[in-house]
Design a protein around this ligand. Structure first.
Ligand code: ZN
Length: 286
């Protein structure tokens, strides 16, 4: 709250504040990822391809259902902004807000990335996170958030008045346009709120504002996913670099990121099927 309150507190203000919170979505009710199955599938996995994302740019990559993909830090600390779509239907895409509501502000091993309505199913499940030791720091910061949206040229123009063309939003737009033969306008409509891979963020204790701080990621660290459906991914190397100081500009030192695709152990997924689309009828009471 940036302004002083103008409304006098009621006589029972403290009692109202003292009411215990309730977690909105208990994770007990969520279909749990079969971590034992993933472990079996990743035991003999073999790298089948890789894509290097240059600094201040983005690239697309494809992951068949049942394969794994890793986002790997190379050369230096770098934050990545991730978009995911159903490979054969771009209208099904990663839903950052619902993933946040179902899991937490930051995700790690065992959490899943959920897709948009009307699909609302897991698109990918996190199977390894070499930064899971970080936990929560004294500022309330954690790693891999689903709070932030992505740096973009519109907010930059609003706040600074300038033009900058290598924000994650523009990087992702160019990458999707090139991968799918779309115009920039067509591609831009598919770009959505991201998973901020390796980014260290939180809310300030006093004003609850979104903050970032230098990522603890170092070369060799990675975040690994199991693809629950056939995926098209796009990853941007944020112009903020480790996001320790600024973004939406060329000031920060930036590094490439690597995406590796792994084939699972042969036969390990013989009885496995991609999750079905959400069971709601779609009638909305009509
Ligand atoms: Zn960015």
């Amino acid at each position: 709250m940036k302004q002083l309150p103008k409304s006098p507190p009621p006589s029972d203000a403290e009692a109202r504040r003292a009411v215990e919170p309730v977690v909105c979505y208990g994770t007990d009710a969520l279909p749990a990822p079969d971590m034992a199955l993933y472990e079996e599938a990743r035991r003999g996995m073999v790298k089948s391809s890789q894509v290097t994302i240059p600094p201040r740019d983005a690239r697309c990559f494809e992951v068949p259902a049942g394969h794994f993909f890793r986002i790997v830090s190379i050369e230096g600390p770098q934050v990545g902004d991730l978009n995911l779509w159903n490979l054969t239907d771009l209208s099904e895409r990663f839903y950052s807000g619902k993933t946040r509501a179902l899991h937490a502000t930051h995700v790690s091993t065992g959490d899943r990335l959920w897709s948009s309505f009307p699909y609302l199913r897991p698109m990918a499940s996190i199977t390894r996170d070499t930064l899971d030791w970080y936990g929560w720091d004294e500022f309330g910061g954690g790693v891999h958030d689903v709070i932030g949206t992505r740096c973009d040229p519109y907010t930059n123009a609003l706040l600074s008045g300038g033009e900058y063309h290598h924000c994650c939003h523009s990087n992702l737009t160019r990458a999707l346009a090139a991968a799918r033969g779309l115009t920039l306008g067509q591609a831009e409509a598919h770009i959505h709120d991201v998973l901020n891979v390796f980014m260290c963020t939180g809310f300030t204790h006093d004003t609850h504002q979104y903050f970032m701080k230098a990522s603890p990621v170092r070369p060799g660290d990675y975040l690994e996913f199991f693809a629950e459906i056939d995926l098209l991914g796009a990853l941007s190397t944020c112009p903020g670099g480790d996001c320790g100081a600024s973004h939406s500009g060329d000031a920060a030192r930036c590094y490439p990121l690597l995406v590796e695709i792994y084939q699972p152990q042969p036969g390990a997924l013989a009885a496995w099927h991609p999750p079905a689309k959400n069971g709601y009828s779609g009638s909305h009471g009509v």
